[in-house]
Design a protein around this ligand. Structure first.
Ligand code: CO
Length: 635
């Protein structure tokens, strides 16, 4: 790096000439607009058809790569957009012929939320290679690189690029302390070098890295390893641009940005100001600001239809809570939603205060999908339900974590918590020391047997292997075996504007709220659905009474209902009924598994008796308060 006598990057006078001489050490730029960009601010709802109009122009910019797949896109596409995730890669490849494609792969979790067996991982990564992914950004929520083993084997076999990621985590406002200090990251980088990483990514999914920590970390990494270093950060806390600039000064090789309309808020720094900032320096990106601005103009014509996904509950586009609590922004909004659905929003401060303790007891894990949900939901449980004993309500995922099914935690798990979690745990009471994938039985044969001819090829089978319920539903849509619901169909900007007008009218009281079917009128708050997304957030306000819309009814946990009706305590999707009509059950026995916030919740029978009525099926979405089944109490 060359600095002038003022300590800034050596600079010559330069204009916007696209043919200016190349810098000595240009920073390389990966664009994230088609994956993390819309995942971060538009709830991953970006459709392929809205990427196509700018795809060829994006290809001509000269990005190092474009991240177009992985993360939450696979889930969202087949669940909410009726889009075949595999098809997106092939379609975009027709328009983007020169820029390499990258994807975010959650190690042995692939693009789901648990560790899959090796046969699923091998086939998934192979098909991602075949369909056109060039660069695999692989990470593990626990930074346990044993979970990379199977994926990397296939990536290497296909001679594709393996980018090893280290999840950036903190326990205090700045890097350091006992757990997440400079030594921790350098040790992890050395390990990635040993397992053959082509590049190393510092994956700061929460926007935690502060500018001088970024500088020190990148500088130390550049002195430790020859492998190119890539920095991924989010704007969430407001430090993103500053941190990228300091990282560039420290010699980072590649950075991640978005096109301006996809940038900022919980997304990433925008590319345009950085390109101009570096103009004429020895790290000039060499990209053409005029071409970028022209694409921005086109995006502005397309993406306003996703505008309603932006969080407009406050004016600020930064989240100071991230700086204060070192927790990811997405995790905070999940906690708020979860508490709101349990009518316990007043406990938010207590949850904030309890979270560091629970995280420490669970092994001081980095907070990223899925560990952020695991720690967050257990914290809420502890705050709400621990009256007489601690950890009175342990989630299945925490039990799995304690058993070692996610891998090795950064610090040891608290022994008392572990013992309690593993009492009667079906796999055993002693945690495993091995790589989790080693104890998982092959899964594909079972899936193939179950779905029979609904799947036409391995790509279809993999959708079902990762998402058994919504995956099968998607295949029924795909092959015309089930009518496609309106909410998953593409919408034009005009459709969206009409819907927004309806919502506005509903909120202002010009329309009266209609209860959803199957929902008892007295148990319903006002719900608005757009793209199948729940908008109770906007209207579940104490003042809503004055608009003539019902205020949320106080509701206790399902288990205290003695009438025999098992009601959904939170909105979610039915995974499984453990009972049939006519079965005799005991109070407290698990009868329904409900997925909410990507977590499985075992719902217990409210009383002992006989199952008289089952109101839904696996795969159905239910609202809070929906009656899931009726158990006639034993007299
Ligand atoms: Co990210």
């Amino acid at each position: 790096m060359k600095f002038d006598k003022h300590g800034i990057l050596e600079m010559t006078k330069m204009n916007y000439d696209p043919d200016r001489p190349a810098a000595k050490n240009p920073v390389k730029i990966q664009d994230l607009s088609f994956r993390d960009g819309h995942q971060s601010i538009f709830a991953t709802r970006g459709r392929t058809e809205d990427m196509i109009p700018i795809a060829e122009k994006m290809d001509r910019i000269g990005f190092y790569s474009m991240e177009i797949w992985g993360g939450a896109t696979f889930d969202t596409m087949h669940r909410y957009l009726n889009e075949d995730p595999w098809q997106r890669i092939r379609t975009l490849k027709k328009y983007i012929k020169n820029t390499p494609f990258s994807m975010l792969l959650r190690g042995q979790n692939l693009v789901g939320y648990r560790n899959y067996a090796d046969d699923v991982v091998e086939n998934f990564v192979q098909r991602a290679c075949d369909n056109g992914i060039d660069i695999f950004r692989v990470f593990d929520a626990l930074n346990d690189f044993r979970n990379f083993k199977t994926a990397v084997k296939i990536i290497k076999k296909n001679k594709k690029h393996f980018q090893g990621s280290i999840c950036y985590s903190l326990t205090e406002p700045r890097m350091g302390g006992k757990t997440y200090n400079l030594e921790y990251y350098l040790k992890k980088a050395k390990r990635l070098e040993e397992i053959g990483a082509d590049t190393i990514c510092i994956k700061d999914m929460a926007g935690l890295v502060s500018p001088y920590d970024a500088y020190n970390l990148i500088k130390a990494l550049k002195e430790t390893t020859e492998i190119p270093i890539h920095l991924h950060t989010h704007f969430t806390s407001g430090m993103g641009d500053l941190s990228l600039l300091k990282a560039i000064e420290a010699g980072v090789d590649i950075i991640d940005t978005c096109m301006a309309p996809y940038a900022y808020r919980t997304s990433h720094p925008a590319i345009e100001p950085l390109v101009v900032t570096l103009l004429g320096t020895n790290r000039d990106s060499g990209l053409d600001i005029n071409k970028l601005a022209a694409i921005d103009k086109e995006i502005e014509k397309i993406v306003p239809k996703y505008k309603h996904f932006l969080d407009d509950t406050k004016l600020s586009i930064i989240d100071t809570n991230v700086i204060l609590h070192q927790t990811p922004g997405g995790m905070l909004s999940n906690l708020v939603n979860q508490l709101r659905q349990m009518d316990a929003l007043d406990k938010l401060q207590e949850v904030f205060e309890t979270l560091p303790k629970v995280r420490k007891e669970l092994g001081q894990v980095p907070l990223v999908t899925p560990t952020s949900q695991i720690v967050g939901i257990q914290t809420v449980n502890n705050v709400l339900f621990d009256k007489d004993e601690s950890y009175s309500n342990i989630t299945e995922q925490v039990k799995d974590l304690c058993f070692g099914l996610y891998g090795k935690t950064t610090e040891p798990i608290d022994e008392k918590v572990r013992q309690k979690a593993l009492q009667d745990y079906p796999r055993g009471e002693e945690p495993i020391e091995t790589r989790p994938g080693d104890i998982l039985e092959p899964e594909l044969p079972k899936i193939k047997n179950e779905i029979k001819d609904l799947a036409k090829d391995i790509d279809d089978e993999l959708i079902c292997a990762l998402y058994p319920i919504t995956g099968k539903r998607f295949l029924r849509w795909k092959y015309g075996k089930e009518e496609i619901p309106d909410e998953v169909k593409p919408k034009t900007l005009e459709d969206v504007q009409k819907e927004e007008e309806l919502i506005r009218k509903a909120i202002s009281g010009e329309l009266s709220a209609k209860p959803k079917k199957n929902v008892p009128a007295n148990a319903k708050t006002f719900d608005v659905f757009v793209d199948g997304e729940h908008f109770s957030v906007d209207v579940a306000d104490p003042d809503i009474k004055s608009y003539g819309i019902r205020a949320p009814k106080k509701e206790k946990k399902a288990a205290v209902d003695e009438t025999g009706n098992l009601k959904a305590p939170i909105p979610g999707m039915i995974i499984e009924y453990k009972i049939n009509v006519g079965d005799k059950v005991k109070a407290g026995e698990t009868v329904v598994v409900l997925e909410a916030m990507k977590m499985f919740n075992n719902l217990a029978a409210p009383c002992s008796g006989e199952v008289k009525n089952i109101d839904f099926h696996a795969g159905d979405s239910v609202a809070k308060g929906d009656i899931l089944c009726y158990i006639e109490p034993k007299k």
